[in-house]
Design a protein around this ligand. Structure first.
Ligand code: 9UX
Length: 68
């Protein structure tokens, strides 16, 4: 069963930031969809199975941002 979780990411200030985070999070195994709202920092991730928060955190940090 797929899972959808919304995380809050701080530090994104433009659409390039959004693209970087989207790219990294999409590389996580099982991720089907990533939707980011720049203004609020809301990152909604749909995956085939629930993700470990640490995995998402690592991807966000790889892109250069922080999971709130
Ligand atoms: Mo442009 Mo977004 O440097 O940090 S990618 S503001």
């Amino acid at each position: 069963m797929s899972a959808t979780t919304t995380y809050t990411v701080s530090g994104m200030t433009c659409q390039h930031c959004v693209a970087s985070v989207t790219e990294e999070v999409q590389e996580i195994q099982g991720v089907e969809d990533v939707s980011i709202e720049l203004e609020s920092g809301a990152v909604t991730v749909t995956s085939t199975a629930p993700l470990e928060e640490a995995t998402v955190r690592a991807a966000v940090e790889e892109a250069g941002y922080q999971l709130a």
